[in-house]
Ligand binder design. Sequence first.
Ligand SMILES: C[S@@+](CC[C@H](N)C(=O)[O-])C[C@H]1O[C@@H](n2cnc3c(N)ncnc32)[C@H](O)[C@@H]1O
Length: 464
Amino acid sequence: MLLPMSKQQPATPATGSPRQAAYTTLQRLSGSDLHADDLIDQELSRNQLQGPDRGLFAELVFGVLRRQGTLDHYLKQLVQQPLERLELPVLLLLRLGLYQLRYLDRVPSHAAVHATVELTNEILPRAKGLINGVLRSYLRRQESLTLPDPARQPAAWLAAAYSLPGWLAEQWLQQFSQNEAAGLAAASTEIPPLTLRVNTLRISRSALLERFHAAELAAEPCRFAPEGIQLLQRCQITGLPGFDEGLFMVQDEASQLVAHLLAPQTGEQILDMCAAPGGKATHLAQLMNDRGCITATDLNARRIRRICESAQRLGLTSIQAVAADALTSDYLEGLQFDRILLDAPCSGLGVIRRNPEAKWRLTPAEISRCAARQHLLIDAAAARLKPAGVLVYATCSTAMEEDETVIKDFLSRHPEFVVENGAQFFPAWTDLFDCSGYLRAWPHRHGTDGFFAARLRRVMQSPS
Ligand SMILES: C[S@@+](CC[C@H](N)C(=O)[O-])C[C@H]1O[C@@H](n2cnc3c(N)ncnc32)[C@H](O)[C@@H]1O
């Protein structure tokens, strides 16, 4: 089954079918730092896909990325050469075909094989025999394919069964019991829910739910977030009732908890230091009845525009969005704030169910680079806080290096700060706080994205 090497270049297929579009998108993603959802949107805006084909296209891209580790584990048993030696188009076509055979019940096996071989014929005709042979071999041998033994090779088992890079499987096994690591890994391969935050300055949650139900949309209130609504079906956001009226914003439930932890008060001066695209800044404005001032800074000027667009759609006027690098700009020099949110740039390990491409790009070195920047950012934030002010540090990472370690190190350098146990302010959310008082939301425990947040208070003047 060795594929003869040739100088013939693979063709880029016309993207008239969901499988063609999925192949093109996976190819564009590989070796780039682009996001899958951006490329999916681009592809949908330029191709001819209609109706269910649009859903199948997105499912193929996200599904292959979410299950890539498991797919490759089985492919290694079916292909006679190391996967690293396969040409990229061949590997992508095999993943696409095997994903349909293993995970898509609605596609009959013969149709999945036939469609993948046809696609190969358009892209790289000389690989047809290989693709056909491997997929048919899977159908014959699927019962005899094996996973590593969880007792003897726990990390290899976790990585193969739940589609994780090996280093992350090892990290999670150090952080959690094997059962818990498997729960987290399994939840990280699931399709995440679509969650909205109601703009309670314009409508109550129950009234918006009524509007959704009247439009025959299945939706229910979130478990923790008081403004949260979970949609129970896939839908086009901009077509939902109330979108143009600014009645809601898309925001995961865990992310909605962070503004509550900061608890901004009407009339206060707030700094949201890494604010784009503005999910939390607009929530802060909402919690303050849009009275006071939220200075929303971010180094990314393009993303700053998204804060302004959302604020405008939601009818919020208390946000001042400014492009500024928190580490080098003098924009904040001399300013002091009542409360500060530092939603730090991070590895995003808590949101890999949304951005599954990230798990194949991240490395332990990248996590350390994020942590190094987080140490600097939290110092910069602390310098802008008034005495007795509150600072919330948040990430969407599961890595202790970016979370507990950053706080522990910060407290050792800043004796003028203490951790406030969030559970004391939010008794209904005790399940979300750990024994150190940190908010820890988990996909497998709470059904939310993975989020960490620490609430810190300045209790005395910093020693000069
Ligand atoms: C996790 S995102 C913030 C999400 C945002 N708080 C929200 O809720 O929509 C982190 C942001 O930090 C910004 N960032 C990274 N380094 C920064 C720096 N040195 N100064 C200011 N912003 C920075 C990134 O551009 C990114 O938009």
